[in-house]
Design a protein around this ligand. Structure first.
Ligand code: FAD
Length: 407
């Protein structure tokens, strides 16, 4: 695609410039850090490494590139362009401050936070001064695929809320300074902003997981009589799931954007291997089995890109994009999984070693098929929508339901 055609697709010159700067920074400055040994026991970058990278990004003018100096946000379509570039290195999102869960948390606080909450909790995140965590999932009997099973409770005591419960898989909880904690009051789900660390929020374990790019890993948590001042509730009591919806679609989509960048890079590495490695008298790319795998990768990457851009366009209309982001999340996570798997295969034994980034990208993208809603849960909720639309069509006197409104 030519640059002019890209412009005609709706990107501002500003977004194109930011994306180009982010790509150059990630490729030239961040990639060499991929072998830096400063990692925690679960493989994620230690904060000392993350902070060094953030400082370099600050100096290069690419820190938090999707949030503009006036506090405005790039459109989702433009964010996609920029976040895909940040994903080209496993450390890219950490370096330029587009990583999960901070990116989703910043988006939510920007949309729903009071001026005081924005000043206290959002500003330091945008400035890359600290990390945050989002506390929703719970162990057995609590919120998982079904968040309505939330068992963590909150009750008023004078001017404070008292929160009790257990949480699971909380990315980056260890080392975070800002927490968004979900709990249920008599009114329903609530969200709270919490300063971390707090002795009432205990990390009981950080399990080893298949993925290991995120600072702090994914922690099991016990919350024991946590006292939170009433003005640190986000919005209103009982509206927690409404706010979760606001965060959900863009956060899901930004995972798609970053992992798309990672799959592009994995494909670059595998292509380079295939164009140099000989077998049976010729380069392996000239064996149809290998050439076809790389051709399939190209088509799958384009399919994922188009799905991301389509969903971003829907979000840019102001829609919550719940169904569209489910469709995008399932398609992109499954497609990128296939791409990463083929990259490993093309590279033979080298593909399963940590000598290149392909092996880690493969593991990271596998985990993405679970978080922010497993594939089956998204398909199940889409099936419910299909039935609902069919019923509505019947009521409206139509013989056939419109399968999906494509915007
Ligand atoms: C790497 C990682 C990071 C995470 N980070 C966070 C975080 O920062 N904060 C946070 O709150 N949570 C986080 N999570 C939790 C994540 O959102 C949950 O794992 C996810 O929602 C699934 O919940 P569960 O693990 O309890 O699976 P379960 O609810 O036990 O479901 C298990 C499986 O059952 C199937 N299933 C469930 N319901 C249906 C259905 N209706 N139809 C068909 N099949 C179904 C699916 O195949 C699913 O994978 C993270 C998870 C991972 C793996």
């Amino acid at each position: 695609m030519t640059r002019a055609a890209t412009k005609d697709s709706g990107y501002s010159q500003q977004a194109l410039d930011i994306a180009a700067k982010v790509e150059a920074f990630v490729r030239d400055v961040v990639v060499p850090y991929e072998t830096d040994p400063r990692r925690d026991e679960h493989g994620g970058p230690l904060d000392v490494l993350a902070n060094e990278l953030k400082e370099l990004a600050r100096q290069a003018g690419v820190l938090t590139p999707h949030i503009l100096p006036d506090g405005g946000h790039l459109t989702q379509r433009e964010t996609a362009l920029v976040l895909r570039k940040s994903g080209l290195s496993i450390l890219g999102p950490v370096a330029v401050n587009t990583m999960a869960p901070d990116e989703g948390n910043m988006y939510l606080l920007g949309k729903v936070g009071s001026p005081d909450i924005k000043e206290r909790f959002l500003r330091p995140l945008v400035e890359g001064k600290c990390r945050s965590a989002f506390f929703m999932t719970e162990p057995d009997g609590g919120a998982g695929s079904d968040p309505s099973m939330m068992a963590t409770t909150c009750r008023m005591d004078g001017n404070h809320w008292i929160i009790n419960g257990k949480k699971r898989f909380i990315t980056g909880a260890e080392g975070a300074k800002v927490g968004i904690v979900m709990a249920k009051s008599e009114d329903g789900a609530c969200m709270f902003l919490v300063d971390l660390p707090d002795p009432a929020i205990r990390v009981t374990r950080v399990p080893n997981t298949i993925d290991n790019s995120m600072p702090g890993g994914h922690a099991d948590i016990t919350i024991d009589n946590l006292r939170v001042p009433a003005d640190q509730m986000l919005g209103e009591s009982g509206q927690g799931f409404t706010y979760a919806q606001i965060r959900l679609s863009p956060a899901r989509l930004s995972h798609c954007m970053r992992w798309h960048g990672a799959a592009v890079r994995a494909n670059e590495i595998a292509t380079d291997y295939a164009c140099r490695r000989m077998a049976f008298g010729k380069l392996i790319i000239d064996h149809e089995g290998v050439g076809f795998m790389l051709a399939d990768n190209l088509m799958d990457l384009k399919q994922a890109e188009l799905m991301i851009d389509w969903c971003a366009d829907v979000l840019d209309t102001g829609s919550l994009g719940t169904a569209e982001s489910s469709m995008a999340k399932v398609t992109v996570s499954e497609v990128l999984s296939r791409v990463a798997d083929r990259c490993v295969q093309v590279m033979g034994g080298s593909g399963v070693t940590s000598d290149t980034m392909v092996e880690q990208f493969y593991r990271e993208i596998r985990a993405f098929r679970i978080y922010d809603g497993p594939t089956e849960v998204h398909k199940w909720s889409l099936a419910k929508k299909i039935k609902r639309d069919w019923k509505n069509a019947q009521t409206g006197g139509h013989a056939v339901a419109p399968v999906m409104e494509v915007r």
